[in-house]
Design a protein around this ligand. Sequence first.
Ligand SMILES: O=P(O)(O)OC[C@H]1O[C@H](O[C@H]2O[C@H](CO)[C@@H](O)[C@H](O)[C@H]2O)[C@H](O)[C@@H](O)[C@@H]1O
Length: 561
Amino acid sequence: TLASVPPPLPPPPPLATVASTAALGRRTCSPTSSSSRRSSRHFLSCCSRMLGIEYQSKRGYIELDYFGRTVGIKIMPVGVHMGQLELGLRLPDREWRLSELQRQFQGKTVLLGVDDMDIFKGINLKLLAFENMLRTHPKWQGRAVLVQIANPARGRGKDLEAIQAEIEESCQRINGDFGQSGYSPVVFIGRDVSSVEKIAYYTIAECVVVTAVRDGMNLTPYEYVVCRQGAPGSQSVSEVSGPKKSMLVVSEFIGCSPSLSGAIRVNPWNIEATAEAMNEAISMPEQEKQLRHEKHYRYVRSHDVAYWSKSFIIDLERVCKDHFKRTCWGIGLGFGFRVVALDPHFTKLNMDSIINAYELSESRAILLDYDGTLVPQTSLNKEPSPQVLSIINTLCSDSRNIVFLVSGRDKDTLGKWFSSCPRLGIAAEHGYFLRWSREEEWQTCTQALDFGWMQMAKPVMNLYTEATDGSYIEAKESALVWHHQDADLGFGSSQAKEMLDHLESVLANEPVSVKSGQFIVEVKPQGISKGIVAERILASVKERGKQADFLLCIGDDRSDE
Ligand SMILES: O=P(O)(O)OC[C@H]1O[C@H](O[C@H]2O[C@H](CO)[C@@H](O)[C@H](O)[C@H]2O)[C@H](O)[C@@H](O)[C@@H]1O
């Protein structure tokens, strides 16, 4: 499925967030595109906060692993349809409409706004800025005209009515204060404007001003640039050719703003700064206007809608290339329904067959993870419940069973918590420590390990701990762990990613592995892992003449795989 983030994705957690994460839940596979960095950041933040999924950056590509499927996130600003616009530039109607406007605005400098009439487009902010410009730069009085095209509102409501009233009041005030005979500083067009007429307005405008306070891509600046270039191949300034110079004042809150490097970017709430930007734009030397126009035109032309769709397909193919190797399973009911993509060799465990195999076996090995498996990840009390202790003791009481706890936690905590389970084996700190039963001594990993790296990793972790309220360092005998469960969710996880990167580069030549887990970043020696200790346990069981004919491993995260 192809899908894209609705462009003006707001910061979490308003309702739109729920809608977009719910949409992700229904998708089978997708690259997800958004028009701005802000939207993708908000989308990733929603995924993290609401679904608990963290993104990974792989060689510049941002990806999410959603139940075995890869969702690629890419900032892909959409472009204009060049063919359609150029066709419009060649329409015969455009010529007479253009001449009409040229006559109407002869000797005037036209600033143009083309917006939908809604509460986010900042039309009144634009009027206030224009008024401010006329006041602070009186040279423009009688010379500068703001033509504001406002496509009729598609919705209704009190907020909209209030903004429409404000706009009307501003137009009347500006025209009353600065108007002269034959000169209306604001020309407000609140009706549907045909494409040809719009093209003619774009062509005569010295500058286009977009002051939206929140928007998606907003293609008005792109359309303007194409119209000012004129139809391709036209050389003369008359007929279908354009002036080949353009100026843009654009809000920093619109999707196209980062792509337009020659535009003057403004925060539309700052009326004075927007007024200065308007003055700067129309006062700029002609050559500078041409250079900025050329730069924009090159970009708009090469990044049109055809380019966007081609890139989308290429990315879709790249992101989904492994999906075909996977098998999809539908799991859950109603809103809990999920499509899970798994390796084709995966077999869903069936309770009856497990019980059957368990009953028929003579020697069993049962390896259990702790956090997220024996105690819920969300539980505040991390100690095992009496029920868990009793189930473990029941399992251990069968002489055919070898039961092991295989956890990242330290040996003292696990030893204390499971002191009432005398026959339980424990592999602590991912197997650095191993104990076969309560009465036996702890064995330490036989490899000779060098812990010099701890002196390098600790100062890095200290830096992030100081900068991240709620985070702390856990120093285990074999590993260092940075915890951010109690820090701000978004900030903690972005700090964790940064730290992972930082530690990987600082410790690149050290015999360690740096991994992130459930709200942790952990540095531990290479060669210490749950998989390796599991092999060690099974080998020992075999040496004791009890080779396991039944092996059950239960875990909840990557470290358990
Ligand atoms: O291998 P596991 O049994 O899954 O244990 C992994 C880590 O467990 C502990 O961290 C977890 O509990 C912390 C609170 O007690 C929590 O802040 C963290 O988010 C959890 O991952 C332990 O402190 C770590 O050293 C283990 O690696």
